[in-house]
Design a protein around this ligand. Structure first.
Ligand SMILES: [Zn+2]
Ligand SMILES: [Zn+2]
Length: 112
């Protein structure tokens, strides 16, 4: 059962399931993305054990390359997923994930 609370931020105030960013140990509203400050350490520990972490920003589609360790949006070349850092195929990715990436990268374009 995920932990939910009412967002105290102005203009939001909705009940949502917040998430914790393990990098700065702060809790954020999942709707307005603002910090929720009055979170006790106990709750933070609970959230961590529930793995309520900040969701990956799916719009950036960055993937970590196992060959050069760079995390970036890959390129699609000849219908294959190519690392934009070392220009090698990212063959560690699963086929469904590659297909999803191809689809999404076509939609967002190669403009970044
Ligand atoms: Zn909010
Ligand atoms: Zn690479």
């Amino acid at each position: 059962m995920p932990f939910s609370l009412i967002c105290p931020n102005k203009g939001c105030g909705k009940t949502q399931e917040p998430y914790i960013d393990p990098k700065d140990d702060k809790v954020y509203c999942s709707l307005c993305d603002k910090e929720i400050s009055n979170i006790t350490n106990f709750t933070k520990i609970q959230m961590k054990s529930l793995k309520q972490f900040r969701p990956k920003n799916i719009m950036s589609f960055s993937v970590k390359c196992l060959k050069c360790q760079k995390e970036a949006r890959p390129n699609i070349v000849n219908n294959d997923v190519i690392c934009s850092g070392c220009l090698k195929p990212m063959d560690h990715l699963s086929v469904p994930f590659k297909n999803m990436l191809k689809d999404q990268l076509k939609k967002v374009g190669q403009d970044v």
